[in-house]
Design a binder for this molecule. Structure first.
Ligand code: ZN
Length: 133
């Protein structure tokens, strides 16, 4: 069985592609830039899903950035970090994300990102940052 915990977790290249599923159809694969353009042009929204090769499952579009650039929680724990702060991107965060922004959590019990109900356009931009000290 494949493990997500391998130290050499592959970093997706910026030009990596994702299949998209919406209204029962699978399309693509598209580059991240192409997906971004489609969302901004309102050709798809947060109800679209993308295929996550690392998770071997379909995920809602707001989780795309976290699939391209996974969180660094494993590394934080290795480095002895005890707490993480959820960093938002400001007033463009959706209500579900705004609730979490700037809050601090134990590194071994972080909230799910993107949060359930995230409707960010084009996708969730929340990230974990290590709290020093
Ligand atoms: Zn959101």
């Amino acid at each position: 069985m494949a493990s997500d915990c391998r130290y050499n977790k592959p970093m997706a290249a910026p030009d990596s592609r994702r299949y998209i599923s919406r209204v029962g159809k699978t399309e693509g694969p598209f580059t991240i830039d192409e997906i971004y353009d489609m969302v901004i042009a309102r050709k798809m929204d947060h109800n679209a899903m993308f295929w996550s090769e690392s998770k071997k499952s379909w995920k809602f579009l707001p989780g795309l950035m976290l699939d391209v650039d996974p969180d660094h929680l494993d590394q934080f724990i290795k480095d002895g970090v005890k707490q993480v702060r959820v960093q938002g991107s400001g007033p463009k965060d959706c209500p579900a994300c705004s609730v979490l922004a700037d809050k601090i959590f134990p590194v071994d019990n972080p909230p799910l990102l993107p949060p359930v109900g995230c409707q960010c356009v084009p996708w969730c931009r929340l990230v974990f940052a290590a709290v020093q000290g």
